[in-house]
Design a protein around this ligand. Structure first.
Ligand code: FAD
Ligand code: NAD
Length: 463
């Protein structure tokens, strides 16, 4: 057995590696185990980062091939070099994962490569070697979910991981699931020329987001050429050498059809990953959805064993996992960590982007909370017009009694960056009036946020 650590973290994704850095900053002796050869978990290797590399590259291609002419730039013969795009993506992943290696060395974190299994509180086995620690943190993340009877072969029926490394852009792609992964990766291939059809179980895309935002996003994506089969479910799939036949049925059972596609992307969600961790023997309880159960201090049912990130309750987002990692490290160091689950933004990186924080109008109505809504379109903003990016709006929801901001919802250019102002105001319990009275630079897209805040009090200036 090696020397005892203060903390052993299982999983080097955004939850685990950030927790390791913060714990080391606070003077703890830290080890982080991952079975992957590279650090960074799902996010850096097969998630956030490679998908955004392909989204950025495909967006530039689409602009060059189809949109720049509208602004007086003629580019003849713009074409896609798929292997070049893959090289760009792989390079971005490589530099990011190496960056974490550097941070581990800088912070003197012991990196262990191998598959970890918890023996009991304080003891972890990694491929036959036993390690001891005062605290064990489970940060093993999540894995792709599938549908019964449909096998992901990562060639014709792919998960997001396979979709990042297809040999070429397929002529046709059916995406099962109109959530974040389906819309982001569907957008990449639609831009590259694939005919993309999204089959979604619910009657609209992006469940959980604000109703108006969902409607507007659907309209924009349809205008871009993505096709949708809503209120529909896939009941079976048959693969042949060159294509896949998908049996699709309307949710109410009134109709059915067979869709044919070169490639099918399975994007119906992700499930917590706890395989082979030895949790049952160690006495660590899971909840009804297979997530590791934790209390408000991230402690599991076993003293000294903690869990963070995708493997526990809450949004499966990298920044949520990171914040939990920081908070837990601070709590273990005797500080009072803080995380505000009501102010965690979610962003979909299509164009335009979609971003959301806090309550939706539907939630406020369900909870009987009186609110005022202020909405402002990008169409009425000078900078958005200059950028030729006029689709979408900002909506701010504020308490009718106190004016405190309860939610912000954006579909529009750079929504993912714009939402951050609303997140910060919410974190400080600020009001719509606070945003409205803050000076916003002109001409910027952020003026749309200010105008939406003014619209909460029915006094927008530029509409
Ligand atoms: P993970 O990142 O999943 O890391 C867990 C690590 O634990 C893995 O490296 C795994 O190998 C390791 N592990 C598991 N079991 C063991 C074991 N027994 N022994 C050793 N190691 C083990 N989120 C965003 O916020 N923004 C985005 O833009 C975004 N884009 C995404 C795009 C895609 C295609 C996907 C799939 C996900 C995306 N996500 C995004 C979600 C994001 O990747 C996750 O929320 C985030 O990675 C969760 O972090 P984590 O640390 O909990 O787990
Ligand atoms: P998701 O939960 O976002 O979407 C899954 C979709 O599939 C839902 O719309 C659901 O209604 C639909 N669905 C479920 N069963 C179905 C069926 N049988 N037939 C048709 N549709 C069905 O899940 P995802 O898109 O797979 O993403 C997984 C996780 O990864 C999410 O929790 C997300 O937070 C995270 N992620 C985040 C980002 C980002 O932040 N930009 C990007 C990618 C992934």
């Amino acid at each position: 057995m090696s020397d005892k650590f203060d903390v052993i973290i299982i999983g080097a994704g955004p939850g685990g590696y950030v927790c390791a850095i913060r714990a080391a900053q606070l003077g703890m002796k830290v080890a982080c185990v991952d079975k992957r050869e590279t650090l960074g978990g799902t996010c850096l290797n097969v998630g956030c980062i490679p998908s955004k590399a392909l989204l950025s590259a495909s967006e530039k291609y689409e602009d060059a091939a189809h949109h720049m002419a509208d602004m007086g730039i003629k580019i003849r013969g713009a074409s896609v070099d798929w292997s070049g795009m893959q090289k760009h993506k792989d390079g971005v992943v490589d530099s990011n994962t190496k960056g974490i290696e550097f941070l581990f060395k800088k912070n003197k974190i012991t990196r262990i490569t191998g598959t970890a299994k918890i023996i009991s509180a304080g003891k972890v086995d990694v491929d036959g070697t036993e390690y001891a620690a005062d605290n064990i943190i489970i940060a093993t993340g999540s894995d792709v979910a599938s549908l019964p009877g449909i096998e992901i072969d990562e060639e014709k029926i792919v998960s997001s991981t396979g979709a990042l490394t297809l040999k070429e852009a397929p002529r046709s792609m059916v995406v099962i699931g109109g959530g974040v992964i389906g819309l982001e990766l569907g957008t990449v291939y639609r831009r590259l020329g694939s005919e993309v059809t999204v089959v979604e179980f619910q009657d609209n895309i992006l469940p959980g987001m604000d109703g108006e935002v969902r409607k507007e996003t659907l309209k924009i994506l349809q205008k871009q050429g993505m096709q949708f089969k809503l209120s529909s479910k896939v009941t079976g799939a048959t693969s042949s050498r060159f294509s896949v036949n998908l049996d699709v049925e309307s949710v109410d059972g009134s109709s059915s059809e067979t869709l044919k596609a070169d490639v099918v992307l399975m994007a119906v969600g992700r499930k917590p990953y706890t395989d082979g961790l030895g949790l049952e023997d160690a006495g660590v309880k899971l909840d009804e959805r297979g997530r590791v159960e934790v209390d408000e201090f991230f402690e599991t049912s076993v003293e000294g064993i903690y869990a963070i990130g995708d493997v526990i309750r809450g949004a499966m987002l990298a920044h949520k996992a990171e914040d939990e990692g920081v908070v837990l490290a601070e709590m273990l160091a005797g500080q009072s960590g803080h995380i505000d689950y009501d102010a965690i933004p979610g962003v979909v990186y299509t164009w335009p982007e979609v971003a959301s924080v806090g309550k939706t109008e539907e939630q406020l109505k369900d909870e009987g909370i009186a609110y005022n809504a202020g909405k402002f379109p990008f169409m009425a903003n000078g900078r958005a017009r200059a950028m030729n990016a006029i689709d979408g709006f900002v909506k701010i929801l504020a308490c009718a009694k106190t004016d405190k901001v309860l939610g912000g919802h954006i579909v529009g250019p750079n929504a993912g960056d714009l939402i951050q102002e609303i997140v910060t105001v919410m974190e400080f319990d600020g009001s719509a009036e606070d945003i409205a009275r803050t000076c916003h630079a002109h001409p910027t897209l952020s003026e749309v946020v200010k105008e939406a805040a003014l619209a909460v009090d029915k006094r927008p200036l530029h509409i």
